[in-house]
Design a protein around this ligand. Structure first.
Ligand code: G6P
Length: 608
């Protein structure tokens, strides 16, 4: 999704801005641009395509500007060409705006402005903002932006510069994340902290309805209603090394390999062997509140939604509380029934997904206690929930989510343990789960040590154009996630199905050209899954099985067997997904795909 970086200080802005937007590349974009206040003039460069193109066009030009804004655009209104790339300007070219989000009433605003003699050069909604600011400008940029935004409906994170206010950036937020970075003699604006982490770890997150005036010496924050806000500085915990590839070819591979550490971090300090339960102070719920929970709703998008499905199996089976899982995009527009005793968990790696945030707000409006399971500390969802649990996976940069997924399951297992122990679960069962949880990071490492085998299978199957993924019980959502991983980064059509449902449709597709990835662990549904494998083999399908260590029987049926360590059924998704992540990665690599930045996808979807 779009990215914003702004700089005002005593250094040359171009390298800082360019490096900043490069750090945001992973979020997905199709054009990039920059605006600089250069010796009393506004200078622009913007191009469709990768940042490299922009860089080539800037090469050789000596810029001295110490103030500017830059942007990566993920097209929503108008195709991704040079003209529609940000920054956008007003009629006179004095004011430049970069914008994340969508202006919903842009048509009526355009008409209004055209009536006042404005002409428009692009098909974007953003250009309207620049003209609207111009319409209100009388030398005070902050006031002009405030007046303009009062007329705007929709979502925005914007940064604005004006030729006549050379040492000033105005930033404003409504629904699209924006952070102000505090430096010495310099200050920053960004849509994501990773863009400015090299320069500062002291940041202020803007809230919806807030504007910031940023100069080299400081910044002030006020609301749309012109009420002064005291900025709350926060320290970013992530290090620079964490947002670099560290010797791996891709962020995705690095993040797959970081899972043993991530899973360790997700459970650190949270296991209580004495009482056979977990400690989750972040939930901020009193004992009686925990006991009164009689229904759980899990809502999320994408991979986080798959983690939610696994959460349903965990919580219903082990805590014996009814659970509903819903896509956040559906939840927000339904009229969900939320009786007393309902707790809503919103699950989001980024903590910024627009649909998940809207679902959170809808649940709160209906009086539910809303808890978050997030990765990004200080993200909007983390701030707006009543309490929650950070997964502590560290920055996830590859668009295809991997370590956040397994860490979300880890945290859901801990929630299950807590809720279960307060109800029916015995202390022995609790300790058994804890023991299993403690072993997961080492077991994940064992699977990663066998990555070469998965790579060989990927080499064999990378030319196939359709894949089916099957699983049962708690491994059905893993089949969905395995298929999603393949789809996202290799652009191969893949479907996930509950194994037994295969005969109600997908079986028609099976022939020798249809590889079927089956999760067939030695659990309560093992025999049933074996029967499904027989059905595939009877139709000449090719079976790649993910099986339990020591299972020799499956070797006779499947074409390839990837073994994973023996594990408790309820914890098995944290292991069974690992070979599927690797399979997707190596197939995409074989096909020459851009693994970290797959086409059309965005890491953090901050528009509807
Ligand atoms: C995008 C990403 C997915 C992610 C989903 C939800 O589609 O590409 O990887 O699972 O958003 O994101 P969240 O940050 O809310 O978990």
């Amino acid at each position: 999704m779009c990215g914003i970086v702004g700089y005002v200080g005593d250094k040359t802005a171009v390298p800082i801005l360019m490096e900043g937007i490069k750090k945001l590349e992973y979020r997905g974009y199709d054009s990039a641009g920059i605006a600089l206040l250069e010796r009393g003039e506004m200078v622009f460069q913007k191009n469709a395509g990768k940042i490299k193109v922009l860089e080539e066009n800037l090469a050789g030009k000596r810029f001295t500007a110490t103030c500017g804004i830059a942007h990566t655009r993920w097209a929503t209104h108008g195709e991704p060409n040079d003209t529609n790339a940000h920054p956008h300007t007003d009629e006179s070219g004095r004011i430049a705006v970069v914008h994340n989000g969508i202006i919903e009433n842009y048509r009526s605003l355009k008409k209004y402005l055209e009536g006042k003699g404005h002409t428009f050069r692009t098909e974007t909604d953003t250009e309207i903002i620049a003209h609207l600011i111009e319409d209100n400008y009388d030398g005070d940029l902050l006031s002009a932006v405030r007046k303009a935004l009062k007329r705007v409906e929709g979502t925005y994170g914007i940064a604005v510069v004006c030729k006549e206010n050379p040492d000033e950036i105005i930033a404003a937020r409504h629904g699209s994340p924006l952070v102000i970075g505090s430096g010495s003699g310099e200050n920053f604006v960004a849509s994501d902290v990773s863009a400015i982490l090299r320069h500062t770890k002291q940041v202020v997150y803007l809230e919806d309805g807030e504007l910031a005036r940023v100069t080299p010496d400081g910044f002030s924050i006020s609301t749309l209603q012109n009420v002064e806000v005291t900025p709350e500085l926060q320290e970013i915990e992530w290090s620079l090394e964490q947002i670099e590839k560290g010797g791996f070819e891709h962020f995705m591979l690095k993040e797959i390999y970081e899972q043993p550490v991530a899973l360790q971090n997700a459970q650190r300090g949270r296991l209580d062997f004495e009482d056979g339960m977990s400690r989750l102070a972040g939930l901020q719920l009193q004992l009686d509140e925990l006991l009164s929970i009689n229904r759980v709703i899990l809502t999320a998008c994408g991979t986080s939604w798959h983690a939610a499905l696994i959460g349903e199996y965990l919580i219903e089976d082990l805590s014996r509380i009814p659970v509903e899982v819903e896509y956040a995009s559906e939840f927000r527009y339904r009229s969900p029934i939320i009786p007393d005793g309902t707790v809503v968990f919103v699950i989001s790696q980024s903590g910024e997904t627009a649909d998940t945030l809207a679902a959170l707000r809808e649940a709160k409006r209906k009086g539910a206690t809303v808890l978050g399971i997030c990765n990004v500390v200080g993200s909007t969802i983390a701030r707006e929930t009543n309490g929650g649990i950070y997964i502590h996976a560290g920055p996830e940069i590859g668009v295809a989510s991997t370590k956040a997924f397994t860490s979300q399951i880890m945290v859901l297992s801990l929630v299950t343990l807590l809720l279960g122990r307060m109800r029916h679960m015995s202390i022995e069962k609790g300790r058994q789960l804890l023991e299993g949880i403690r072993n997961i990071p080492t077991q994940v490492q064992l699977i990663l040590d066998n990555a070469e085998q998965v790579k060989r299978i990927a080499d064999m199957y990378c030319d196939h154009n359709n894949f089916l993924y099957l699983g049962r019980g708690i491994n059905f959502p893993v089949a969905l996630e395995g298929a999603l991983k393949l789809k996202e980064i290799s652009y191969i059509h893949a479907e996930g199905y509950p194994a037994a449902e295969m005969k109600h449709g997908p079986i028609a597709l099976i022939d020798e050209n249809m590889p079927v990835v089956v999760i067939a662990l030695k659990d309560q549904v093992y025999d049933k899954v074996l029967s499904n494998i027989q059905e595939i083999k009877a139709r000449n399908g090719r079976v790649i099985a993910v099986a339990s260590q020591g299972d020799d029987e499956i070797k006779r049926l499947a074409d390839h067997v990837i073994y994973i360590p023996n594990v408790l059924y309820h914890l098995s998704p944290m292991l069974s997904i690992i070979p599927l992540q690797l399979l997707a990665y190596y197939i995409a690599l074989n096909r020459g795909r851009d693994v970290d930045q797959p086409r059309n996808l965005a890491k953090s979807v901050t528009v509807e």
